[in-house]
Design a protein around this ligand. Structure first.
Ligand code: NAD
Ligand code: UD1
Length: 338
C-alpha cells in the first residue's frame, strides 16, 4: 500500500518515511519546503535503499493533489504539513490559520472526491487545557489554547471529527504528540530548525556544538521537583513507529479516534541538561531566567490507550534521545544546510 505523506521532508515526516519504507509501505511525499530541505528525502532514500516520488508543492493546491491521486494508488494519507512555531503564530495569525486549516480542508475535499478516506493527522498535546490533572488522557479537557498555532490543531480536530460523524466511510486518527526529540540512529536525518530554536532540545544541541553561548532555563520556581518545567519527551523514531501503527489501525477501522503519543514519563529542564552532558560528555552552559509566558509547570501523557488499541509503546530512553540528538547535531553542525 502507498501512503501519501504531506510535509514528508520535515522533521517528523522524514523519520516516518523511513519507518514506513522499512515496514514495506510505498511512500509518496508532497512538501512545499517552506520549513525543510529536500536533502532530507535523499537521505531517507540512502538510509532505506528505496526510492519514492516527491511532489514539490502546496497541500492547499487542489489541482496538484488531484494529479497526485491520479498518478498514484494511495491507500492512506498522513498529514504532517503545517506551520508549527508558537511565537510566529502569535505574530502572524492569518498565515497560520490559512496554512494549517486550508491545507486540511483542501486535502480532505480531494480525498472525498477520489473516495480515499483514511487519514492520520498530526495533532499536539497543546490542545489540552492548562487546568487538567496529570497524566493527560485522551478524555482530558481540551480547548482554551493560548496561541493561534494551538487553535489550528484544536479546530482541525473539530473539523475532522465532525466529518467522521457525518460520513461513516471516513477512518481518521488524531495523534496528539507530546515533545518529540532525538534523531535517526544513523545521524543522517534530524531536526533542522530555521533561526533561533524555540524548543529545548535543538537549543541544547546548538549550545553544545558552539553555535549559541548558553541555554536560558525558563524559570526555576515551578511546583516541580527541581523547580524547572517538566515535559514528556519522546524519541522521534518511536513517534514515527506510532504512525505505522496508526496506518494499520485506520485500514481496519472507520470513525475518528484520538491517541496520545508520549512515554508517560516527565523530565525537567535540568534533567535534560544533566542527561545530555553525561551521555555525550559535552558541556551545556546555562543560566536561569524568567519564566516564558504561556508555559505550564508540568505536562505528560497517559499512553495507555495507544498501547491497548494501537499496540504501540515508546521504547527508547532519555539517554537514547540525548545521544541521538547529539549525533545528528555534531555530524551536521549546520543541519542540512552545508
Ligand atoms: P516541520 O516543519 O519539520 O515539518 C512540516 C513540513 O510541512 C515541512 O517540511 C514544511 O515545509 C511542510 N509544509 C508546511 N506547510 C505546507 C503546505 N501548506 N504544503 C506543503 N508542505 C507544507 O515540522 P515537524 O516537527 O515535522 O511537525 C510535523 C507536524 O507535527 C506539524 O503539523 C506540527 O504542527 C505537528 N507537531 C509537531 C510537534 C513538534 O514538536 N515537532 C509537536 C506536536 C505536533
Ligand atoms: C512548545 C509549545 C507547544 C508545542 C511544543 C512542541 C510554547 C509555549 N509551547 O511546548 O505549543 O506543542 O513546543 O513543539 O512554546 N525551555 C527552556 N529554555 C529554552 C526552551 C525551552 O527552559 O530555551 C523549557 C520550557 O520552559 C519547557 C521545556 O523547556 O519547560 C520544553 O520547552 P519546549 O521544547 O519549547 O516545549 P513545550 O514548552 O512543551
Amino acid at each position: 500500500m502507498n501512503v501519501l505523506v504531506t510535509g514528508g521532508a520535515g522533521y517528523i515526516g522524514s523519520h516516518t518515511c523511513v519507518e514506513l519504507l522499512e515496514s514495506g509501505y510505498g511512500v509518496v511525499v508532497i512538501d512545499n519546503l517552506c520549513n525543510s530541505n529536500p536533502k532530507s528525502l535523499d537521505r531517507v532514500r540512502e538510509l532505506t535503499g528505496k526510492d519514492f516520488k516527491f511532489y514539490e508543492g502546496d497541500v492547499r493546491d487542489g489541482e496538484l493533489l488531484r494529479k497526485i491521486f491520479a498518478e498514484n494508488e494511495i491507500g492512506c494519507v498522513i498529514h504532517f504539513a503545517g506551520l508549527k512555531a508558537v511565537g510566529e503564530s502569535v505574530a502572524q495569525p492569518w498565515r497560520y490559520y490559512d496554512n494549517n486549516l486550508n491545507s486540511t480542508l483542501v486535502l480532505t475535499k480531494v480525498m472525498e472526491e477520489v473516495g480515499m478516506k483514511n487519514l492520520i493527522f498530526s495533532s499536539s498535546a497543546t490542545v489540552y487545557s492548562g487546568d487538567n490533572e496529570m497524566p493527560l488522557r485522551e478524555t482530558s479537557k481540551t480547548g482554551s489554547c493560548t496561541n493561534p498555532y494551538g487553535w489550528t490543531k484544536y479546530m482541525t480536530e473539530q473539523i475532522l471529527s465532525g466529518m467522521a460523524v457525518a460520513d461513516k466511510e471516513w477512518g481518521i486518527v488524531l495523534l496528539r504528540y507530546f515533545n518529540p526529540i532525538g534523531a535517526h540512529i544513523s545521524g543522517r536525518i534530524g531536526e533542522d530548525p530555521r533561526g533561533i530554536p524555540n524548543n529545548l532540545m535543538p537549543y541544547i544541541t546548538q549550545v553544545a556544538v558552539g553555535r549559541r553561548e548558553k541555554l536560558s532555563v525558563f524559570g526555576d520556581d515551578y511546583d516541580t521537583p527541581d523547580g524547572t518545567g517538566v515535559r514528556d519527551y519522546i524519541h522521534v523514531v518511536d513517534l514515527a513507529k506510532g504512525h505505522v501503527a496508526a496506518v494499520k489501525y485506520v485500514a481496519a477501522h472507520s470513525g475518528c479516534e484520538v491517541f496520545n503519543l508520549g512515554t508517560g514519563c516527565g523530565y525537567s529542564v535540568l534533567d535534560m541538561v544533566r542527561t545530555f552532558q553525561e551521555v555525550n560528555e559535552v558541556p551545556v552552559p546555562y543560566q536561569i531566567v524568567d519564566r516564558r509566558p504561556g508555559d505550564l509547570a508540568t505536562c505528560y501523557a497517559d499512553p495507555a490507550k495507544s498501547a491497548e488499541v494501537l499496540g504501540w509503546k515508546a521504547e527508547k530512553s532519555l539517554a537514547d534521545m540525548c545521544r541521538d540528538s547529539w549525533r545528528w547535531q555534531s555530524q551536521n553542525p549546520k543541519g542540512f544546510g552545508e
